[in-house]
Design a protein around this ligand. Structure first.
Ligand code: ASP
Length: 421
């Protein structure tokens, strides 16, 4: 009998991944930490495979993409649109956070005495100022940036390299280099496709560990905070971004959601925009239908810079802490909170828990830096951060993909999100 594998629903990757999530949640619930310890390493292995391909994939795709754009003007225009999109949506996200936290007021009257778990803050770099953030973008040594996996310097160098290639003589040097980087890019995409086949197994292990180790006791006193962040994120995902898709590019949101289902599930399972990036790039090109030229420009940079979910979270989180402490914030300070939430989301690395670490930037700006109670509350928030991190990461990735689709349409690309593929 001739079985057409594409037609049968259980051969579809997103169903397999959803099934793996459910099975992982059940295994974690039933067997707890035992299961988490026994199979957690499989999740780590999967994350390592995804992260293994990030640096070469990003270099190959940006250089080949930028080299095919042609002249400096075109690059400048694309850069302007990309930055405009990032700032617009991150600002909308932080403002949504401000509105929901003021309406729900989850921290008012909350007592978190019992919730402070003995968690350790993960050690992640926080850029200390805007100038430092800018300096960090320019590498002093490309190879050491690549070895450390620092995305922004790698992106910066790759854009320059791609642009420089366009200035070379037509045939020999230019053609050879473009041919090389195109081929390099294709082989990285082929590698990504192979790793994606392992996805259900990786997701099963990651979710088992998440559910098996997150204690539910820490949850109760923080439930209102949890729901407030969740509400803000949901509004941004299902109201704001769809409106942006319709208004800026006349794209049907339902089609875009469907085309993006795999990266969304992976972002949710891995809590890392960076680890999801290879799949996001492949999907945005093959299913959404965006050219490599645009997607290689918008997505790698977006994974590090454009984090809408994190922006919602920073604003809600910082103002929640202020409410618990009983620290009254003037309107001016609330505006400062929105702006620094936006900056913190730009400065956050695209890895798990990064958003919670950079919340100190916002706390400093609103006058709560070094406050002992504020630090204790951040540790309590850490205890239940994982599910929020999963959700905000999915939104971070989704916003990048909307940006790629919108900018591709504005560049006259036909067929973007024309159908569910
Ligand atoms: N985990 C998020 C990401 O990778 C960042 C965050 O913690 O907010 O996009």
């Amino acid at each position: 009998m001739d079985i057409n594998q594409d037609r049968l629903w259980y051969f579809k990757l997103h169903w397999q991944v959803l099934g793996a999530m459910l099975l992982g949640a059940l295994t974690g619930l039933i067997f707890g930490e035992g299961a988490a310890n026994a199979i957690g390493w499989i999740g780590d292995l999967f994350m390592r495979l995804l992260r293994m391909i990030i640096v070469p994939l990003v270099i190959a795709s940006i250089v080949s993409g930028v080299a095919s754009i042609g002249g400096g003007r075109a690059i400048g225009r694309l850069f302007g649109k990309t930055m405009g999109y990032y700032l617009l949506t991150s600002f909308l996200a932080a403002s949504t956070g401000l509105i929901v936290v003021n309406l729900i007021r989850p921290g008012v009257g909350a007592s978190l005495g019992d919730a402070v778990a003995a968690e350790e803050m993960p050690e992640l770099d926080i850029p200390s100022s805007g100038v430092e953030l800018l300096l960090d973008i320019v590498p002093t040594n490309v190879l050491s940036s690549a070895a450390a996996g620092d995305m922004l310097p790698i992106i910066f160098f790759s854009i320059l390299l791609g642009a420089a290639i366009t200035t070379l003589k037509a045939d020999a040097p230019r053609g050879t280099l473009i041919g090389f980087f195109n081929a390099f890019f294709q082989v990285m995409v082929a590698l990504t496709s192979g790793i994606i086949k392992l996805l259900p197994i990786g997701v099963f292990a990651l979710i088992t560990r998440m559910v098996g180790t997150t204690g539910f006791e820490a949850f109760a006193p923080l439930i209102r905070y949890f729901l407030t962040v969740g509400t803000g994120l949901t509004i941004h995902l299902f109201v704001t971004l769809p409106i942006v898709l319709i208004v800026l590019a006349r794209i049907t949101p339902a089609i875009h959601f469907k085309n993006m289902r795999n990266p969304l599930l992976i972002a949710f399972s891995t809590s890392s925009s960076a680890a999801t990036l290879p799949v996001t790039m492949r999907t945005v090109q093959e299913r959404v239908g965006v050219s490599n030229k645009v997607s290689s420009f918008v997505l790698p940079m977006g994974a590090t810079v454009n984090m809408d979910g994190t922006a919602v979270f920073e604003c809600v989180g910082a103002l929640f802490i202020a409410q618990v402490i009983g620290f009254d914030l003037s309107l001016g300070t609330q505006v400062v909170a929105v702006m620094t939430a936006l900056l913190a989301s730009i400065g956050a690395a695209a890895v798990p828990s990064a958003g919670l670490v950079v919340i100190f930037i916002v706390l400093d700006a609103i006058g709560l830096g070094g406050h002992p109670q504020a630090e204790a509350i951040v540790l309590a928030m850490l205890a239940i951060d994982r599910p929020l991190d999963m959700y905000r990461t999915a939104i971070n990735v989704f916003s990048d993909s909307c940006g790629a689709a919108i900018i591709a349409r504005s560049e006259g690309e036909e067929g973007v999100d024309a159908e569910v593929r």
